[in-house]
Design a protein around this ligand. Sequence first.
Ligand SMILES: NC(=O)c1ccc[n+]([C@@H]2O[C@H](COP(=O)([O-])OP(=O)(O)OC[C@H]3O[C@@H](n4cnc5c(N)ncnc54)[C@H](O)[C@@H]3O)[C@@H](O)[C@H]2O)c1
Length: 258
Amino acid sequence: MNDLKGKVILVTGGTSGIGEACTELFARSGAKVVAMSIQDEAGKALAEQLTGEGCQCVFHFGDVSKEEDIKAAIDLAVEKFGRLDAVHANAGVLRNQKITELTLDDFHMMIDVNLLGPVLVAKHAIPVMERQGKGTICFTTSVAADIGFPEHAVYCASKAAVVALMRSLTVDHSPKGVRFVAVSPGTIDTPMLAASCEGWDQPKEVLYAEVAKKIPIQRMGQPIDVAHAVAFLLSDDAEFIGGSVIHLEGGTLALPPW
Ligand SMILES: NC(=O)c1ccc[n+]([C@@H]2O[C@H](COP(=O)([O-])OP(=O)(O)OC[C@H]3O[C@@H](n4cnc5c(N)ncnc54)[C@H](O)[C@@H]3O)[C@@H](O)[C@H]2O)c1
């Protein structure tokens, strides 16, 4: 079940939160993982720890919004491990503010990392996967693509765009063996979420407890909840799933609108 053994997987944003849990789960499941991010120290430490456990993992420092960095990460996977079975295009950033307070730098940062990053991953991973006749790209979107979160307008738009991108790529490239899927996390306990709580009048723990009470499954999500879903989507067990989004939100989207 969900066998990732021997698969070569690139994880962008693979050294913190959701991406870190994915890197760890995939590597410990026998995959050969390239973890890419802009966290040099954390990345090297993660790769060293996993290699010390007998897993296969390398860290690649790179910015997903730079075409040459994405290309270098994909080349590294192919040169070191011989092929590229899957990419988890997961790197993301959040700047929460009302649009009237949004700076153009924040706009460009969210669009560059959250949308241009996945576009560049697709542009450079698809040719490799089409040559192989097989490959899977899983994007990390968000329930922010479906819900009007307060003070998240550009973030919401960037995540909705990724869903549209994933569906359109399915039509263009799945006939040549490349599958596209997405995971849509709700509220997941990661450094990004903790940073978004800064400036509130309550400590993070109190805010998290309040949020957990509102979620039908009555707890916050953990990065491993998302990693388990991505592992399934990247495995051959999911080979008939294409153009779909799996929500990891504890039932939040099922709530009535009152
Ligand atoms: N935490 C949540 O509640 C939540 C909910 C829905 C969606 N998401 C999405 O999940 C993904 C992971 O978020 P997280 O919560 O684990 O956040 P995180 O901040 O813990 O991790 C983000 C990762 O992306 C990397 N990154 C940021 N900018 C980058 C760049 N320019 N180039 C390369 N790497 C870059 C960081 O180095 C880090 O490794 C993001 O796409 C985020 O939007 C998170």
